[in-house]
Design a protein around this ligand. Structure first.
Ligand code: FE
Ligand code: ZN
Length: 511
């Protein structure tokens, strides 16, 4: 008699949950040491319904197939000199920002999900976290492989991992993930899977991937789509885990709401870099930051939080603030990088005339009034050979670590500035959102590794800009500063003029 085929559900249970066992001689509290301290109460882990019912066997098959397709396209891109088909060499700076700022977070996500897969007592989420941990390792690898092609032709990519731990603006993404990874397992999964991946991920992937497609970068589009197909699973995990906590015990609601408030704000502040990329770094624009925020947060996010209202969850605290400043943050950020790009491993520039007009049109209430005159002034100075680099070091927000450059939404001629005193020391913040986060856990944030403080304390290679750049492994005049004067631009102009042979390839990284 032929064996009866198992149902998908039975098969899934056999290959995942049924592999678990009850502990007979060890105290479960000792095995899952982090399960209780955050205050989350789970009464029955078996109530966890797996959204995907994916066995490891099927997982490896799907992922293997994706990898084969991805690497075939990346090979073709490299063999056909795909880098020559992008719109303009300025575009490559968006990819530098991605590699230095985002890819190391994928690796941190790999570590984080491995860690919480070990710490969450339920078998269902353990399996889901294990798969996500593997996905994230795949993401960082595919990104490095893709972007390594650009490293052969453009400057600034060669030492991205070293830079992630040292360069001032990279402490913004780095501290975001360090904050999550040093929390407990329930906060980590709420921070990353729900607040970032479910609520905000479209605002990261859409602009980078559509931006790549619009600007002829098929290599980046390919890893983007490959990662996004995992993202659907990650987003569902985020939503399921939040609903599960809320269903398990009423005491969980205020804790989860506070995490959503905190991580929405931290994620939103991190996305300032993405807003700047959309409005300034794509030679061919997709949409403005303001439009993206309206579509992906105000509309889609609004609908999500309406749906969660039945669990008692409300919109994240200070969401109104994000709407009030949507016409300001990307311009404040680009202006800052324009000032300080002698200390960043990518180039900045003043937008061209038609690009300034595009910004005026997309930001009718703010751009002409507060930002355009400043750019026109800097452009004039640049023409006179006095390209402006800011010689000072800015004060940083203790929570998000962004320089204090955000305008006050109610009066954009003022800087948004808040502060708190803790144990007799004053700490500075860019916003009410960042101040709240600090005030709730000051013992955590007084430990922040703030790059400017570290430079002043002598921990970053020395007291002068050249000392600090050496410590960053940043090659002055090659990796940094104004685009117009950069070797990247000079090479690009020669390649486009058909003088590929004459182009200088980047020299090996210093140090
Ligand atoms: Fe990822
Ligand atoms: Zn802040």
């Amino acid at each position: 008699m032929a064996a009866k085929r198992m149902s998908l559900r039975d098969k899934y249970n056999r290959m995942t949950r049924d592999l678990a066992w009850d502990f007979s001689y060890q105290d479960p509290k000792k095995i899952f040491e982090q399960a209780d301290f955050e205050g989350i109460k789970i009464e029955d882990w078996d109530k966890w319904e797996d959204p995907f019912r994916l066995t490891m066997d099927a997982y490896w098959k799907y992922q293997g197939e994706k990898e084969r397709k991805l690497y075939a396209i990346i090979d073709a891109f490299a063999q056909n000199n795909g880098q020559l088909n992008i719109t303009d060499a300025r575009y490559v700076n968006a990819i530098k920002l991605f590699l230095t700022g985002v890819s190391p977070l994928e690796y941190m996500a790999h570590r984080g999900f491995a860690m919480i897969g070990r710490q969450l007592p339920g078998v269902g989420p353990q399996v889901a976290c294990q798969m996500q941990s593997l996905d994230e390792l795949r993401h960082v690898q595919t990104q490095i492989h893709t972007i390594s092609h650009y490293n052969k032709y453009f400057n600034g990519f060669q030492d991205f991992r070293h830079m992630h731990d040292r360069v001032w603006y990279l402490s913004v993404p780095k501290s975001f993930f360090d904050d999550a990874a040093s929390a407990g397992p329930f906060e980590f999964i709420t921070a990353i899977s729900f607040s970032f991946e479910y609520v905000l991920t479209n605002l990261l992937f859409m602009p980078f991937m559509s931006g790549a497609a619009y600007n002829g970068d098929m290599a980046t589009v390919t890893f983007g789509f490959s990662a996004q197909s995992d993202e659907a699973r990650h987003m569902t995990l985020g939503l399921e885990v939040v609903k599960f906590m809320l269903e398990q015990h009423p005491d969980n609601l205020p804790i989860v709401q506070r995490w959503i408030d905190k991580w929405f704000w931290r994620g939103y502040r991190l996305l300032t870099l993405v807003g700047m990329m959309m409005d300034y770094m794509l030679p061919k624009r997709v949409m403005s930051w303001k439009e993206a925020w309206e579509m992906y947060f105000e509309q889609n996010g609004g609908a999500l939080f309406n749906d969660l209202a039945r669990y008692g969850i409300r919109m994240p605290k200070y969401w109104e603030q994000t709407v009030a400043e949507k016409g300001l943050i990307s311009h404040a950020a680009w202006g800052t990088f324009y000032n300080y790009c002698h200390a960043a491993p990518f180039h900045t520039w003043i937008p061209e005339k038609d690009e300034l007009d595009w910004l005026s049109e997309k930001y009718p209430d703010t751009f002409d009034k507060f930002f355009r005159p400043r750019y026109e002034h800097w452009a004039e100075q640049e023409k006179q050979g006095k390209r402006f680099y800011n010689p000072s070091l800015p004060m940083l927000c203790t929570t998000c670590q962004i320089p204090m450059v955000f305008p006050e939404a109610s009066d954009p001629t003022l800087t948004s500035y808040r502060s708190s005193v803790h144990n007799g020391e004053r700490y500075h913040f860019c916003s009410d959102g960042c101040k709240d986060i600090f005030d709730h856990e000051p013992e955590k944030y007084v430990q922040s590794w703030l790059p400017v403080h570290q430079i002043f304390q002598g921990n970053c290679g020395g007291a002068t800009v050249p000392d600090v750049l050496d410590w960053y492994h940043l090659r002055d005049g090659i990796d940094n500063r104004e685009y117009l004067a950069s070797p990247d631009r000079a090479n690009w102009e020669r390649w486009k003029a058909g003088e590929e042979e004459a182009a200088e390839l980047p020299k090996a990284a210093a140090g």
